[in-house]
Design a protein around this ligand. Sequence first.
Ligand code: NDP
Length: 289
Amino acid sequence: MLRYAGVIGYPLQRSLSPAFQQAALDHLRLEIVYEVWPTPAEGLETRVTTLRSPTVLGANVTIPHKETVIPMLDEIDALAGRVGAVNTIVNDGRKLRGHNTDVAGFMRALREDGGFEPEGKRVVVAGAGGAARAVVAGLLEARTAAVSVINRTLSRANRLVEDLRASAEGSELRALPEMYASWAAVMGSCDLLVNCTSAGSAGVEEESPVPVDLIRSTMLVYDLVYHPAETALMAAARKRGARVLGGLPMLVYQGAASFEMWTGQKAPLEVMFEAARGALQAAAAKGAS
Ligand code: NDP
């Protein structure tokens, strides 16, 4: 029986998940098709209902539904509950269960590709959306010394901090308004800067969301944006002598964790990386955003 998984989001033109998920499924000769399910907000409830079909293994969830999908599911795991965002749905045959693999994807890329151990370190997070929630939850679990969240909309950063305060245990956690003085106050002692805003993405706003004159050579600058592969922030950080990590490894690791939940098989990471890089290059060549 042919089975299905897919990605739910809107508008979804930029998703690389179909390319690397399908490559992994084909590599393992699984009879599963990974589809693109563009879903505007008003269609989300109906879309989620279709996941209950016995032929559907589950779905990835991306912008803008990671938070709003939660009440439509039967269960969410403790981590997704703490983060307040679901990026993976599993249909176990009886229930739709929500998980968050962004946290594991972010932490794995940070440690394995960034060579960075966050325990005891001071971190600045730009942005306060679903990705920032996953990042902050992971950093707090790893016993980071301090996390400062700076977002254009301060109320959203305040909400993130309130929601995750209970997981902070000994870490400083605070929200700051998006203004030069805030950046200047925290960047001097920062070991790791993480961009969790969409600024820098092709077709969104290609400027750096962070004042680049404050970047120091001792920092790791980690941009979750993966398209383009080198953002304005990354290029500026490199120029200032900082180490740099882009969003592609996290994207592949979070997708690999979803793949393993749906199929019960070990994800072929090399195959996924190669397909993701190929899809990214094709998108860049087309000038697609
Ligand atoms: P959300 O829509 O939930 O949040 C977007 C965030 O970006 C908000 O903090 C928003 O600020 C901020 N923002 C948007 N435009 C600008 C701008 N022009 N200047 C400054 N801030 C801006 O999205 P997500 O949190 O889900 O995703 C954020 C980014 O992370 C996206 O680029 C996404 O592709 C990437 N991502 C990468 C992953 C990976 O695996 N590499 C995984 C998940 C996400 P405000 O609140 O003020 O609107």
